[in-house]
Design a protein around this ligand. Structure first.
Ligand code: PHE
Length: 345
């Protein structure tokens, strides 16, 4: 066999082994074997010395041509194998974005918290600041500063959990009136504040009483605030919470820290004011205590009671949530029974 034929055979063998391989690593081995220094082309070119001077360049360039062809075949195959590999990878890793995702169980705010949030946003819309205070409170703020001196009979109105003689679980959010009044700088403008939170009383738990419940305290102090401002404010809250057809009624009452004091009723949402079991036939539901802040409360907090005055109120979001969602046992709010809580998803 002449040298040219030998080279032609090397090429054919190379081409078919390149065609056969399906593996990039194997293709690389083929490249080294065929085109390397110890490869068949280099080997066979050793025989070139035996050729005539005329034949040498012809066979030499033929060898180069074969080397080029093989190199081209290898790089084409390499590109093809790489493309196939990429396509396989893409196919394997395809994500079907239309498949339903894994359901992650999500919680939701407690309906009392939701009610408080609603009340907060209503009052923030009217320019009130929202502040929270300590649940473990000083007797001084809970009673003294709220115009309930020691031995005041009205202290019995609020059966108290005492921690020490001076420290107690707050029985209402009203101490936040005193705490904010003390700090407020009236030269910078009026005080408009609400304060939501938990309060505690030594009540025996039953469907309408819980030893722990919520209040949202509110206070507005400025010059020239009247009881009409109080009523208008409570009406805005009621209309936004329940709807425009709900009315607010004020009845005279007594609290040591307000004078005059009122209790506010709103139209019974169970019977729309006609009278039913829920409102005991009256058509009205009592939802809060309120009044004009007693001058003593202002004075004790260092506010000039001649110049400044205003109203305060304490609403019960538990009561609102019971009415709104038709819950007839306040204890359900505090038992954390998921069967109860999940109804309000
Ligand atoms: N603190 C009173 C209570 O707990 C409610 C109230 C607040 C009354 C503010 C008047 C003014 O019953």
């Amino acid at each position: 066999m002449g040298l040219k034929e030998e080279l032609e055979a090397i090429k054919q063998k190379g081409i078919s082994s390149i065609a056969e391989t399906t593996d990039i690593k194997n293709l690389n081995d083929i490249r080294v074997k065929l085109l390397g220094k110890k490869g068949p082309i280099t080997q066979s070119l050793r025989g070139i010395a035996k050729l005539s001077v005329e034949e040498r360049p012809v066979v030499g360039s033929f060898a180069n041509k074969i080397r080029d062809e093989l190199a081209t075949a290898i790089s084409e195959k390499q590109a093809k194998l790489e493309a196939e590999k990429l396509n396989r990878k893409l196919a394997e890793e395809t994500i079907d974005v239309t498949l339903p995702g894994n359901q992650v169980p999500a919680g939701h705010p407690h309906i009392i918290q939701e009610t408080i949030d609603e009340i907060e946003s209503i009052f923030m819309g009217m320019g009130y600041q929202v502040l929270t205070g300590p649940e473990v409170e000083e007797e001084y703020y809970n009673f003294e500063m709220m115009n309930l001196p020691k031995n005041h009979p009205a202290r019995d109105m609020q059966d108290t959990f005492y921690i020490t003689k001076e420290i107690l679980m707050r029985t209402h959010t009203s101490p936040m009136q005193a705490r904010t009044l003390e700090k407020h700088d009236f030269s910078k403008g009026p005080l408009k504040m609400i304060s939501p939170g938990v309060v505690f009383r030594r009540d025996t738990d039953d469907p309408t009483h819980s030893h722990q419940f919520h209040q949202v305290e509110g206070i507005v102090i400025d010059k020239h605030i009247t009881m009409a401002d109080l009523k208008g404010t409570l009406e805005v809250m009621t209309h936004k919470l329940f709807g425009d057809k709900f009315k607010v009624r004020l009845r005279p009452s007594y609290f040591p820290f307000t004078e005059p004091s009122v209790e506010a009723d709103i139209t019974c949402m169970n019977c729309n004011g006609k009278g039913c079991d829920v409102c005991k036939g009256s058509g009205w539901i009592e939802v809060l205590g309120a009044g004009m802040v007693h001058p003593n409360v202002l004075k004790m907090a260092g506010v000039d009671a001649e110049e400044y005055g205003g109203f305060a109120f304490g609403v019960g979001p538990d009561r609102f949530a019971m009415l709104k969602y038709g819950v007839n046992d306040i204890r359900d709010f505090y038992l954390n029974d998921l069967r109860f809580l999940k109804q309000f998803d």
